[in-house]
Design a protein around this ligand. Structure first.
Ligand SMILES: [Zn+2]
Ligand SMILES: [Zn+2]
Length: 409
């Protein structure tokens, strides 16, 4: 069937384009751009897509772009790459070292971008040959590290009409040629919490005539994490950990305000959605018991990436089709965040980990100035992404999403 021919077609495509793609990656690596400043990167991608006869649409801010390949009434599958770099110094001694002080592609987004470009060029060939049974939406997303880029893409209709979405991330703990997959949650949520307390203040000799703010704040610090652990399913690993606390200025004066800041981490999507309301009600009850006022500022980070089971199966099938039968490895949920999660709140899909370590080589961790990849991972990524898009188009009709409001009517 089609799958058998696909491998040969990908081989032929990469024999012709792989070196060029490696050069494209090295150019991006030399010229990293931070979140929402990816103007040059966006232009390079747009130029290449246009040269292949595609029609890219740059997002209104001028960074990041969306481009459709193919048309017709078939399903629409989206592939997403993030294009931004990190604000840290490149510490590698390589010819393609960053030329921008304090900026470096240390999360591998240059690799993701190049893989999606290669995939786009291959799919454009397939479409031209009449072999694309639907539409593929290419999403070159800005600002994953900020984060905010995924929401920017969605605000401009980036996943409107999309039936299924896929993405991948470099994983330096996996050998090149391996793809790490996991159904269900694969990354975690991390939010920031600020609690401000206030009261009348007074002399430490007379705590009963005022509100003992420092004592009450201490109760908030210990009671909130303790109560959370009894109110939330322990399997969700919802944890509140304080990082900063401040109140008072003299040993014998009860202050009239204080502040505590911390992070809320969570492995589970439902617990993540419920966290702000739950924490607020716990805070109000502790503060109320000691007669102080408490205000909460809850700053949302990203939800966990929760992989759809059928989409993971498609990824697994496609990976084996493209890289061989032993190329899929199980992977674990990480405590890191990834804004691909926002897409999966609206559309089913899956996020994969692409092995980037040279076989038998060292592990260069991401978000380090020494991070680098085995560049043969680029060709592997193109094979996986192209095969995934085609597999998803071959196998899925449009997914019918039931609108809860109209279905109730
Ligand atoms: Zn990162
Ligand atoms: Zn990243």
């Amino acid at each position: 069937m089609r799958g058998r021919e696909l491998r040969g077609e990908l081989d032929a495509f990469l024999a012709e384009h792989e070196q060029d793609l490696v050069g494209f990656r090295r150019d991006l690596h030399r010229h990293p751009e931070l979140a929402f400043a990816e103007y040059r990167t966006t232009q390079r991608i747009a130029d290449r897509l246009s040269a292949a006869g595609l029609v890219p649409s740059v997002l209104p801010r001028g960074t990041g772009l969306i481009c459709d390949v193919g048309s017709g009434d078939g399903p629409t599958v989206a592939l997403r790459a993030d294009i931004d770099a990190l604000g840290l110094q490149d510490e590698k001694d390589v010819s393609y070292r960053s030329t921008v002080p304090g900026a470096c592609h240390a999360c591998g987004h240059d690799v993701h971008t190049t893989i999606l470009l290669g995939t786009s060029l291959f799919l454009a060939q397939q479409a031209a040959a009449g072999l694309l049974p639907g539409r593929v939406r290419l999403i070159f997303q800005p600002a994953e590290e900020l984060p905010g880029g995924a929401l920017e893409v969605m605000a401009h209709g980036g996943i409107t009409g999309v039936d299924r979405i896929f993405g991948l991330h470099c994983d330096p703990r996996l050998d090149v040629g391996q793809v790490g997959l996991k159904p269900g949650p694969i990354t975690s949520a991390c939010d920031r919490l600020v609690v401000r307390v206030s009261g009348p203040g007074g002399h430490t000799a007379r705590p009963h005539l005022t509100a003992d703010l420092v004592f009450a704040l201490a109760k908030v610090l210990t009671e909130l994490p303790a109560a959370l652990s009894r109110r939330v399913d322990p399997r969700s690993s919802l944890s509140l950990v304080w990082g900063r606390v401040e109140a008072g200025s003299a040993a014998n004066a009860i202050p009239d305000d204080g502040v505590a800041e911390g992070t809320v981490r969570c492995l589970d999507e439902n617990a993540w959605h419920a966290a702000p309301d739950l924490i607020k009600s716990l805070l109000d009850s502790v503060a109320g018991a000691y007669g102080i006022e408490a205000q909460m500022e809850y700053v949302r980070g990203v939800p966990p990436v929760v992989n759809d089971e059928m989409s993971v199966e498609m990824l697994a099938e496609a990976t084996q089709r493209a890289l061989g039968p032993h190329s899929v490895a199980p992977t674990q949920q990480s405590l890191g965040g990834e804004d691909f999660a926002w897409y999966l709140e609206s559309v089913p899909g899956a996020f994969a980990r692409l092995g980037t370590r040279s076989v038998g080589g060292e592990t260069y961790d991401i978000h380090q100035g020494t991070f680098d990849v085995d560049e043969s991972a680029i060709g592997m990524g193109v094979r996986v992404m192209a095969a995934t898009a085609l597999t998803a188009l071959w196998e899925s009709g449009p997914v019918t999403v039931t609108d809860p409001i109209t279905s109730l009517a």
